[in-house]
Design a protein around this ligand. Sequence first.
Ligand code: HAM
Length: 421
Amino acid sequence: MATFAPPPGTADIFENEAAEWRCLENAAREVFSHYGYGELRTPVFEYTELFQRGLGGETEVVQKEMYTFADRGGRSLTLRPEGTAGVMRALSNTDVLNGVEQRVYYMGPMFRGERPAAGRRRQFHQIGVENVGRCAPLIDAECLAMLRAFLERIDLADAKLVINTRGVREDRPAAEKVLREYFSQHIDDMCDDCRTRLERNIWRILDCKQEACGKVIAGAPEYLKYFSEESRNYFAEVCRALDALGVAYTVEPRLVRGLDYYVHTVFELTHPALGGQTAIAGGGRYELFLPGQNRPVPGVGFAAGVERLLLARQSLEKTGAAEPAAAYLVGLTPEMRVANLALANKLRAAGLKIALELEDRSFKAQLRGANKSGAKLAVIRGESEAEKGVAVVKNMADGSQCEMPEAEVFEYVLRNTTGVN
Ligand code: HAM
């Protein structure tokens, strides 16, 4: 059989899996709305400079992974590699610049030209939130508590949270000096990219995923003590609030995250099912420069990768089979199939999932269909039933059946399948 695979790093999602996606999405909507978040849908492409300026020109994402193209007018556009920048652009048209808080969540496809692997796609999907306009340790702690609540809700309570602080921009030169001294001594053992990073943006070294570099990074000096007292207090307050809320975490003193907009709190979550390396979610506090603005906009948020959440859930053997039909309608004459179609639509409008045969197939083949659909009841109508104005209703579990007037079938199916779907 010829196969028509989708492009590498993308996937078709069929109903069995889509049902799992909806389950995550519904849980997110419910949990986030309790915290006062509303949905925001932004375009899947934006002007390229939004990401260049917002995420940082030295990041892997901007340097190597963006899908960028020129539109017909020659403007450079990019498929969004993440959600925060677009959300901030959209919110900059509200009074968020005047310190009015906005709480939004989003879900949808993101695009990064990475090497495809398990849990790493070129089109992947995020469920994310942004709390924009204000800055306080308790806001960060509340955001993390909500992420925890969401993970618990989808049975991923054993995800591990690591946090750190990036301080504020003014804190960094002193810490950079110490890091530069250390990495200069070890740079011969590190990758070519890290050599460039040493000159251009030393913080990016801490996010390098090369094994050899990882060994050097593990010995890098802890730089928190070089940050201002204000930044250290901010972080201490976030940790105290998390303790008070019962949110477990580990401080990872070299966590910087892959995007350059972060200040103060940064965090990542991993799950044992995916190993310690692959993050199922990440986020933090940020200050984002929007095109045309000289003042950055503050916010805090996170995004979880849907494909990775699903991989973690697979390990729990929670993946649901497709929802069974409540009833299957068997029609053995053209007239009865038309009557079945009308009945099916009436039952569907009443909230039931109904399957039926619309082609001319044998009784045996139609019963096989009824079995496959997982239906609780089969409604059978052939020539003799039509003459008598009745239908046979078969209980698929025990094989028992009864005959009833056509006019009673709707009520009977409704009464005897409640709770099926
Ligand atoms: P990020 O860490 O780049 O952060 O991505 C967040 C999550 O998206 C990751 O933890 C991972 O689960 C998922 N993800 C990223 N790349 C891929 C990929 N290629 N394939 C599958 N899943 C992937 C951000 O995007 C920030 N915007 C998060 C944020 C929101 N920070 C503040 N607000």
